[in-house]
Design a protein. Sequence first.
Length: 114
Amino acid sequence: MRKCVRDQHEGRKLKIPLAARHVWEWFKELDRARAGTGFGVNPLSYTEIYSWSRVRQIALSPWHIDALISMDDMRLMLFAEKKSDEDKGDEKTTVSERPLTTRLFDALFPAKRK
C-alpha cells in the first residue's frame, strides 16, 4: 500500500490490490481531511482515525490501523522530500546590484536622534 502512495504522489497509474482497495479509499478520505500548519502537514493521529471510524461506523482491525499509519508515514516522507527539493531552489540570496554608498547607508540606517 505504501507503493500506492508513492505512485499517486508521482502521478503514476495505481495498482491497488483488490483485497486492500477499501483501505486505500479510507486513507484517501482521511488524507483529504488532514490538518496542517504553515510549516507543513500533520500526521494522522490515532484520535483522528478513531473519530473518523466512529463517524463512518467502520470497525477497524489492528492491521487496518497499521496499514493507514504506514501509508501516512510514506505520505509524510514524500511531502518532506518535496519540501526539501523546493528549499534547495531557494538557496540563492538576492543581492542588490546597486553599490552601497554613504548616502544610501544613511537612508537605510538613519541616525537615532534624541
